[in-house]
Design a protein. Structure first.
Length: 501
């Protein structure tokens, strides 16, 4: 049994528990020139479900147009689900269009992670929608209740003011955005080393506005980033000493100047700024709507010869190598000396960046590179230790949060995330996994029923109203915990359809 076969069988065992795999196919299928790799059978309902492995992402036109669609017409108790690799799915968007039009299911294999449902087949169990509890605005009350009065966070007054103001604007999106921008600006001013970098975040906000002209349901990242920040603040506050001990190992300055909450602020707010570059190719293709035009966006190599990017590679790679070594008794040297392990990490990261396929890697390098470029000025010399101590750990946490690259990060020994060495990465992965509230327009995808932060850790309860939407995100819920290790406190997610959790 190979790795893909195991993923398929594990998925069948959970998603199709009422089905069994058939070794002998029925006569009406055995006579055809098309055979699926897996055939499932539900004896109680006498239903057949074929899983056809098209890992290239290319639909064999003759077989599907002449055979598969005919079989679907002739047999009411038969359905087909196409299974493709994640990379193939991204390279062949026409596959999803075909499956949608032909009433065929579609699933994506994410190596070492699991199976993600893109188009749900109506034979899959639990096909239902339930009404979600609706809350005004873009910030769930269960989060806002947890973030007021966190007095051991230096910028708690800014957070308290935001909570008071945002609670009064309801569903007014424009006023909410102004309040978010005001709060972020005030938080950036909290330390002079980061003043003036608000423009980078605003690039993301401008892109979101542009994107919605083309697709009103495009995923939101501006409110999302600030929700992630807020949701993490009570965890930082409750376990401040735990985070502080970890950050001290990465501190190249006087520890009295260490500001743990500021590392989290940078991590959360800038974790998605690479989305515009990652989404640019798809955006252009969908805007042109011309199948005869090929668009390819890749990074240029001369990017990596610029001074600030050279510094970014060396220092971020150095921290990555330090984390891989995992020596809790050692202290990071701030990347002052090159080492081969750091170069190996950076080589892989650069390949991922240049392919423009991971917003996490793009976000990390763009965020840190921009800071290093600004810090190169002579009058910024006094701020450089603060920047290295706070921004570099934030950048590495950002780099690791995208589950699409977890398999390659595992081969580099950066996954599972060692929470003792990188608690910010663990916290970001945890919250980013469950924050889907109003990610696609004004209708909420989820309801944050409970969010409890106590001496044991954090536990969130998420309700979904649409099983099909839950199916697409469930792979993340099942996998996030397996990619975290050495947790000092719990980071739990309870989830399900309305009324089940």
């Amino acid at each position: 049994m190979n790795a893909v076969d195991k993923l398929i069988r594990d998925h069948v065992g959970t998603a199709f528990s009422d089905y069994k795999m058939l070794e002998d196919v029925p006569k009406w299928l055995a006579e055809e020139r098309w055979k699926p790799e897996y055939l499932l059978y539900n004896e109680k309902e006498q239903r057949f479900l074929a899983l056809d492995m098209l890992l290239s992402g290319i639909i064999p036109a003759f077989q599907y147009q002449k055979i598969v669609t005919r079989l679907l017409r002739e047999h009411d108790n038969f359905r087909v689900v196409v299974v493709v690799f994640e990379q193939s799915y991204e390279e062949h968007p026409e596959c999803e269009e075909f499956c949608e039009s032909a009433n065929i299911g579609l699933k994506v294999v994410i190596p070492e992670i699991g199976i993600q449902t893109i188009i749900r087949c109506d034979f899959e169990p639990i096909s239902e929608k339930k009404g979600l509890t609706r809350e005004p605005g873009w910030f769930p009350r269960s989060i806002l209740r947890n973030v007021k009065g966190l007095k051991n966070l230096g910028f708690h007054k800014v957070i308290d003011e935001f909570v008071d103001e945002v609670s009064n604007v309801g569903d007014d999106q424009d006023k909410t955005l102004l309040l978010v921008q005001k709060a972020i600006d005030a938080l950036l001013q909290y330390h002079p080393s980061f003043r003036g970098n608000f423009g980078q975040f605003m690039k993301l906000a401008q892109f979101e506005r542009l994107l919605r002209v083309n697709d009103p349901q495009a995923s939101d990242h501006v409110f999302h980033s600030f929700r992630v920040f807020l949701a993490g603040c009570p965890v930082i506050s409750k376990f401040y000493e735990c985070f502080s001990e970890s950050q001290k190992k990465l501190c190249i300055m006087n520890e009295q100047g260490l500001c743990v909450e500021y590392v989290w602020f940078l991590t959360a707010i800038f974790h998605d700024i690479g989305r515009p570059k990652e989404g640019a190719q798809q955006f252009i293709v969908s805007t042109l709507d011309d199948e005869d035009v090929e668009i390819s966006i890749v990074g240029r190599q001369d990017r990596w010869t610029r001074r600030h990017n050279i510094d970014t590679r060396r220092i971020l790679g150095s921290l990555g190598a330090f984390v891989v070594e995992g020596n809790a008794a050692a202290t990071w040297d701030g990347g002052t000396i090159d080492d081969e392990e750091a170069k190996e990490l950076c080589a892989e990261w650069i390949n991922i960046y240049d392919s423009m396929k991971s917003h996490a890697v793009i976000s990390a390098f763009d965020f840190l590179g921009d800071l290093f470029r600004k810090a190169a000025a002579a009058d910024e010399r006094k701020h450089r230790p603060f920047i290295v101590t706070h921004a570099v750990p934030a950048a590495l946490a950002i780099l690791l949060h995208d589950w699409k690259i977890w398999p390659s990060m595992k081969s580099l020994r950066l996954m599972p995330v060692n929470a003792i060495m990188l608690p910010m990465a663990a916290l970001l992965i945890y919250i980013d996994t469950w924050d889907n509230y109003k990610r696609r327009g004004e209708d909420p995808m989820t309801f944050v029923k409970k969010y409890i932060v106590d001496c044991k850790g954090a536990c969130v309860t998420i309700e979904w109203g649409d099983f099909a939407l839950l199916s697409k995100d469930e792979v993340g819920y099942k996998q996030y915990g397996k990619h975290l290790k050495n947790l000092s406190f719990r980071l739990d997610i309870k989830y399900g359809l309305v009324g089940t959790v």
